[in-house]
Ligand binder design. Structure first.
Ligand code: ADP
Ligand code: MG
Length: 698
């Protein structure tokens, strides 16, 4: 393997400097080893030949062998197509091409034996195969009659004539030319214990398996290895961090907490809130620095949990700080805290980008001399001029993308790192949490405050708006308020605002008797705040907005959420938006408005939304629909290596096993000196060296 890592891809027969450059630029393949690890995205079983008379339109892929009887061109203009009548003696199928007609007609000859491969369909009562793979029958042994690998290539590569078949030639050359055995990368005892196949075999079979079962076994071995090293890295990092940093000990729960609990708390805590506060309290008293993820569906009451835990910090003579993604949310938290705390003598202040000059300086001075006890702010709190007198706890709200490296920046804010609580309403499926946040403990609020009615969600098409507005009018007449949200189109902010402006004008015509607020990202912060405030105070009945309101905004009186162009949103985002309503005791409604023509995926998304309110279920479905590659890169978290084969949506069991084995090794070989594990530590070191992001933290 090391040998292959040193060999430039351009020296592989058939590649050469020009194609090598494309492989470098387009697929990140620089060495023979990179090619070895460039796995097919699928295999198609070509081990069998069908007789034409057996073919039906519902077969996925078939392979047949026979001759072209004749060519014909049919249709005119854009409908023009080339048809080849193809027979094997048992029957006739039509092979059809809509493109490349000239090339096909001149390239393939009648009355010669070909192998044809493709997907049959029915057209005009006959079976045909459009754009089949076709090759001379004498090449049969080269690529047919087996599990054929399919490799991804880019448009640019295809234009230069490098397609899946070309890569297939490269990998098969690689396996033919390099017979040197590939050294094992997992300890032998582990390979034996789990009945894994050796690395060398697994790599070959991941490209060229003899059977589907062999492919599965090869992938299992490779996925396990990927996940094993990711978990080993995370667990080892966590262990070292715990060894290296002590945590402030919050040994007591004092006056602030007790007084708040007995005299100021406006309602009873839910059992889940109580349990979570206890977990956090235990953590903060343990002498270890807390790094905890608090998951709880929208509206489950995380803000209050955060506040009460911050009071414990204050009780022990420390300051606390809460960081949120937007200024609107920061203001709202400030207000929420001040309302909750009433006349308790606790100084809560706000720091945000748009506060400048003297006012900013006053806040900074207070933070430095300790007179500000709780600081609420955006990312501004991370900046260097923000110096705390004695910061003991940091809450990070609604920013589950806040990675290891960013969290590490907080640690420099005191002599020991403050306790960290990350809160998110975007439920993270367990497999993803173990990879992105494998270094965090997890607490879950799995219960909503009492009296909440589940939100009723419906899906409507654009042309059904009129009936929708009747419902809106009814709700407003009852004193409720309404959100109407438009998607933020990142590539085209102009278009984005145009949508919103048109919607706003339209609603003004439909509802001349009501007042409407409008909020979008291009507005000045102050203007935005004022408009938001008008809605929060109840002065306006309808709020038209882009997704700036996505996270955290709390207006319990709002009972209707209309999401326009709902097809443009992902599941997680739809769920977040929906969570803006259903925060009071009233029945709330969410209406997803889409155009009429929808892709299968979109229809499925709409269906999931109308069927469940459960954020965890939605997150699991989301992961399945989108695949983990689409989620914010695991790399970005700063802790996981790139996953080539393992799929966090589907390989949960392998992940659990990998984590368990990694933990076992750490526990049983803590000094990393058992000879039978030597290769494990070497391999880990090697992977870490090739991981750029990792260097940011350790
Ligand atoms: P999230 O978890 O989405 O951040 P919030 O903290 O904004 O939720 O809480 C949603 C609403 O529920 C707020 O109005 C809050 O005051 C209220 N709330 C929180 N805890 C309780 C409780 N135990 N009983 C009743 N209402 C609660
Ligand atoms: Mg919140």
């Amino acid at each position: 393997m090391l040998e292959l890592e040193c060999q430039d891809i351009k020296f592989l027969p058939g590649v050469g400097p020009q194609r090598a450059r494309l492989l470098n630029d387009e697929l990140n393949i620089y060495t023979l080893n990179d090619l070895l690890y460039y796995f097919p995205y699928k295999h198609i079983d070509r081990s069998r030949l069908y007789a034409i008379k057996e073919l039906t339109a519902d077969m996925p892929y078939v392979q047949i062998k026979g001759q072209i009887l004749s060519f014909e061109t049919e249709g005119e203009g854009r409908k023009r197509r080339l048809v080849a009548h193809f027979t094997d003696g048992s029957g006739v199928v039509d092979l059809v091409w809509f493109q490349g007609i000239k090339y096909i007609a001149s390239h393939y000859k009648v009355h010669q034996e070909y192998i044809v491969f493709g997907r049959p369909s029915a057209f005009n009562g006959r079976i045909n195969i459009s754009h089949p793979d076709i090759e001379p029958a004498e090449q049969l042994t080269l690529s047919s009659m087996r599990m054929q690998p399919y490799y991804n290539t880019t448009e640019k590569m295809k234009r230069s004539g490098i397609n899946s078949r070309t890569i297939e030639h490269f990998t098969s050359t690689l396996f033919q030319k390099f017979e040197t055995p590939i050294p094992e990368t997992l300890p032998q005892w582990l390979v034996d214990e789990l009945h894994l196949i050796p690395l060398g075999h697994a790599l070959r079979q991941a490209h060229y398996p003899a059977t589907a079962d062999e492919l599965r076994r090869a992938q299992l071995r490779l996925k396990f290895e990927e996940l094993f090293y990711v978990q080993l890295n995370i667990l080892r990092y966590t262990r070292d961090r715990i060894r290296r940093y002590r945590g402030f000990v919050f040994s007591r729960v004092g006056n602030y907490f007790h007084q708040f609990y007995s005299d100021y708390l406006p309602f009873a805590l839910t059992n889940a809130q109580k349990r979570v506060i206890k977990e956090i309290r235990t953590d903060m008293g343990s002498g270890r620095q807390m790094n905890r993820l608090l998951q709880g569906d929208v509206g489950s009451g995380k803000t209050l949990v955060a506040l009460m835990c911050m009071l414990i910090a204050l009780d022990n003579g420390f300051q606390a700080c809460i960081m949120v993604p937007t200024e609107i949310l920061a203001e709202q938290h400030l207000e929420t805290f001040r309302n909750f705390l009433g006349d308790m003598p606790i100084a809560v202040e706000l720091l945000k980008g748009s506060v400048k000059g003297k006012r900013r300086q006053a806040v900074l001075d207070g933070v430095r001399d300790g007179s500000v006890q709780i600081l609420v702010g955006t990312h501004a709190v991370l900046e260097d001029p923000v110096v705390f007198q004695n910061l003991g706890m940091v809450v990070i709200d609604e920013q589950h993308r806040f990675g290891v490296a960013q969290r590490a920046r907080l640690w420099a804010k005191n002599v020991w790192p403050p306790h960290v609580l990350v809160m998110t309403a975007t439920p993270i499926p367990r497999t993803l949490a173990m990879t992105l946040y494998g270094d965090l403990e997890v607490s879950v609020i799995d219960e909503l405050p009492p009296g909440r009615k589940p939100i009723q969600t419906t899906h409507r098409f654009e042309n059904q708006r009129e009936s929708l507005y009747q419902g809106v009018r009814r709700e407003i007449q009852r004193g409720r308020q309404v959100y109407v949200v438009y998607p933020l189109i990142q590539e085209s902010e102009k278009l984005d605002i145009k949508n919103l402006e048109e919607g706003y004008e339209h609603l003004r015509q439909v509802f001349p008797e009501y007042r409407i607020s409008k909020v979008h990202g291009k507005m000045k912060a102050q203007e935005k705040d004022e408009e938001m405030q008008r809605f929060i105070s109840g002065e306006t009945q309808i709020l038209v907005a882009t997704t700036v309101i996505e996270v955290g905004v709390n207006v319990p009186n709002a009972s209707v959420m209309i999401i326009e162009n709902a097809e443009r949103f992902g599941l997680a985002q739809l769920h977040q938006l929906r969570g803006r309503v259903g925060r009071g005791a009233e029945q709330s409604y969410c209406i997803l408005v889409t155009k009429y023509e929808l892709s299968k995926d979109t229809r499925q998304r709409m269906q999931i939304m109308t069927e469940t309110n459960d954020g965890f279920e939605i997150a699991e479905e989301d992961l399945k629909l989108r695949g983990p590659g689409d989620l914010e890169g695991t790399q970005q978290s700063g802790i996981a290596f790139d996953l080539k084969l393992a799929n966090l949506a589907r390989d949960g069991q392998i992940l659990e096993l990998a984590r368990q084995k990694a933990q076992w090794i750490l526990d049983n070989d803590p000094h990393e000196n058992h000879p039978e594990n030597r290769m494990v530590w070497e391999r880990l070191e090697h992977l870490r060296k090739n991981q750029v992001n990792w260097s940011a933290i350790s």
